[in-house]
Write a protein that binds this ligand. Structure first.
Ligand SMILES: Nc1ncnc2c1ncn2[C@@H]1O[C@H](COP(=O)(O)OP(=O)(O)OP(=O)(O)O)[C@@H](O)[C@H]1O
Length: 346
């Protein structure tokens, strides 16, 4: 039985992003007392919660104010909330990572965000839908792997670095170019989504080709996408194309979850001096979308990708990795806020 006085105290603690109290959000799994020690278990709406430390401090403060409480133990669990209808059976969120221009680091962001979410404890899939230039397999250190079939004759995603992924690169002989037209691309995207044994996933991250084309439309027509993340570099020429990509998603009724400014700045390793090579902060001009993060230019991002392990796992403390981790958590936070709109009151 939960302790009434503890619950009353916890009703005064709001989730800082969801702006509702933890009890009415159904986040308190346990609130008990053993002698003077309060034992509280909070179920976060994502294991990649960006504000876990704040919630813990707020819970402690509120519970310590309850009469008779001398100490408090806070445990965290998590359960990712999903929209009222899942996009695919067993999959809670499909998130598209798009860009206007090629080469801005979209695949790097997709691979690192997926790896960071998985490291935080989420069940993550990564679909390389950049069929013309699939690079996810390379970045995951698995370009030589071949996709096999399950007993139900579904594609079995490859497992690496704590997540599952599928890429055209693992279906075709290495180095071959893909010359497909719209209908074939549509059926490939469809199969990657529906004829693959993804299992239960909190987040399926989809790395799209750059620009505004058939693959993007096919994805939007095949599943309900929770939202899109737009990756851009800060300079004007990239921003013009990024706003076209935003416009396309809006026309396809896909919400924009936020923008990532990649190659935002460079910190010289020898002097520590910061250079805004492409004009840091340019992404703000895209029109008020949340900036999920600014990622510096960092040699390790490229070196780690070429060595087959995302930088957030190889060099988790580097400035670029910390920025990428915070993009992943901000994204997870945005999805929780969005899912709340369909949450019943408790
Ligand atoms: N922040 C960064 N610092 C250093 N190198 C980076 C950074 N982000 C990406 N890169 C490197 O830039 C190159 C292009 O990145 P990536 O392949 O992720 O771009 P992309 O936008 O997906 O490209 P395309 O659209 O052509 O597939 C890669 O070599 C990658 O390692």
């Amino acid at each position: 039985m939960p302790d009434a006085a503890l619950l009353a105290a916890l009703r005064t603690v709001n989730d800082p992003e969801l702006h509702r109290d933890l009890v009415s959000l159904g986040m308190i799994e346990r609130a008990e007392r053993v002698g003077g020690v309060a034992d509280v278990k909070v179920n976060l709406t994502t294991p990649a919660c960006p504000l876990k430390a704040t919630i813990e401090a707020d819970v402690r403060r509120a519970v310590m104010n309850v009469e008779g409480v001398e100490d408090v133990r806070v445990e965290f669990g998590s359960q990712v909330r999903m929209p009222s209808t899942p996009p695919l059976p067993g999959v809670k969120h499909v998130v598209a990572i798009g860009s206007g221009k090629g080469g801005v680091g979209k695949s790097s962001v997709a691979a690192n965000v997926a790896a960071a979410l998985a490291r935080d404890g989420a069940a993550v899939g990564l679909l390389d839908a950049d069929v013309y230039g699939p690079s996810v397999a390379h970045m995951m250190g698995a370009s030589a792997e071949r996709v096999t079939a399950t007993e139900e004759r579904k594609m079995r995603p490859i497992e690496r670095h704590g997540l599952k992924f599928l890429s055209m690169a693992n279906l075709m002989p290495a180095g071959q170019a893909l010359v497909w037209r719209g209908p074939m691309l549509h059926s490939a995207v469809n199969q990657f989504l529906k004829d693959a044994a993804w299992g239960n996933l909190d987040y399926l991250i989809v790395d799209l080709p750059p620009g505004t084309g058939d693959v993007q439309l096919s994805l939007a027509q095949t599943v309900t996408i929770s939202g899109a993340v737009i990756v851009t570099t800060p300079q004007e020429v990239a921003l013009i194309d990024a706003s076209r990509a935003i416009d396309m998603f809006k026309k396809a009724s896909v919400p924009i979850l936020g923008v990532v400014e990649n190659m935002s700045y460079f910190v010289a390793p020898d002097t520590g001096r910061v250079y805004d090579i492409f004009g840091r902060g340019g992404a703000v001009r895209l029109g008020g979308y949340p900036i999920l993060g600014e990622i510096p230019l960092d040699m390790e991002v490229r070196q780690d990708a070429d060595a087959g392990t995302p930088a957030v796992l190889s060099h988790p403390e580097s400035p670029a990795s910390l920025a990428l981790t915070s993009v992943a958590r901000n994204l997870a936070g945005r999805l929780s806020v969005q899912a709340l709109e369909t949450l019943p009151m408790v």
